[in-house]
Design a protein around this ligand. Sequence first.
Ligand SMILES: NC(=O)c1ccc[n+]([C@@H]2O[C@H](COP(=O)([O-])OP(=O)(O)OC[C@H]3O[C@@H](n4cnc5c(N)ncnc54)[C@H](O)[C@@H]3O)[C@@H](O)[C@H]2O)c1
Ligand SMILES: [Zn+2]
Length: 392
Amino acid sequence: MQGKDYDIRITSKHRVRFTRDAFNLDNRLLIDLLETNGQAKVLTFIDQGVADAFPELQTQVENYMERMPGYVSLGTIAYQGGEDCKRDANTLQTAWDAIEKAGIDRHSYIICIGGGAFLDVIGLAAATAHRGIRLVRFPTTALSQDDSGVGVKNGINAYGKKNFLGTFAVPYAVVNDFTFLHGQPETERRAGLVEAVKVALVKDAGFFHWIEDNIEQLSVLHPHTLEETVERSALLHASHIAYGGDPFETGSSRPLDFGHWAAHKMEQLTDFELTHADAVGVGVALDSLYSWKTGRLDEDSAMRILRVLKQLKLPTWHASLEMKADDGTRAVFKGLDEFREHLGGQLTVLLLKDLGKGEDVHAMDRDLLEECIDWLEMHASGRADWPQSAEA
Ligand SMILES: NC(=O)c1ccc[n+]([C@@H]2O[C@H](COP(=O)([O-])OP(=O)(O)OC[C@H]3O[C@@H](n4cnc5c(N)ncnc54)[C@H](O)[C@@H]3O)[C@@H](O)[C@H]2O)c1
Ligand SMILES: [Zn+2]
């Protein structure tokens, strides 16, 4: 007898919300978002950096939770966030300990308020305790609000590798509260813009045109323009995950990683002195230029991209591009090998055919990349004039 095959689709709802002052007693968003059996427990983890920046937050959250009808508030716990909390397993262990001690079960909620690193660690604790507790993420940096926070991944670093231990787990909900967005230092708010430009370039030409049209406001981080940028970027990222056909990244094509092969390598070469945002700025500039030099993208579009990056004060060149590997080759090129290894198969890099339209390629010409790096260096250092259309 022939076997019987059943392919059964399991779907999850990905709730993404935008608000302001979520923990103001008049804001009903959380009350309407969560569901309770009459006694659902809620435990809240807060990134210490956010608690420091918003000294009233912990009390506000506790007051809000205590007044939520049908819930049992288990209070708030603050731990140090940032990359350090992903580097050793201590925060993860402490979070598991707190979950176990609080008697959190599968009818309960964990609320996590913090930057991308903190969300990654607490997300991993929530996804693994009891095989998964409902997690409500509150991303608090511009980068996590418009990119990573609306995603479905978590993780910690281990064995010297970033995100080596982690899971894919769809959070119960993501709440982007703009109060946190505006409370950050300027560099952090600006950092979020790069992923918005990136996702516009690979997914939505209309959004790129909108960024160009609003460039003056955006370059000074005008609050409403910044909010709209974050919202559009977050929705494009979330929609790609939901409808792009590969939410758990089993294939090799990663359009949201446009410009990232070089960026990841530059971050590593500088021992993470170069921030992810700045590295992605350079990576996007490099791959846009390469898209033009290989005849895929027209020159005017390539120059418009460089102009937007410049106007948003995002770098288009960095000295780490000049670093050499032990074998004398340009060290950044090792990023291509590492990107391929990470994807676990064929090298797949997205290049641009047009604004808002990408194309996967499986090889990159190193001589042409050399030319592009030289071009960026000449123009960033002022030894060559920017073409008219790229002048800020
Ligand atoms: N899970 C994913 O899909 C995914 C995707 C991309 C990146 N990431 C991860 O995200 C991390 C980077 O996250 P990030 O850029 O959000 O920064 P971050 O989490 O490292 O936070 C940076 C610093 O800002 C503080 N902070 C956070 N919000 C603040 C606020 N509103 N006001 C003042 N201070 C605040 C934090 O305490 C921390 O010290 C990396 O570890 C990266 O690997 C995850
Ligand atoms: Zn990124």
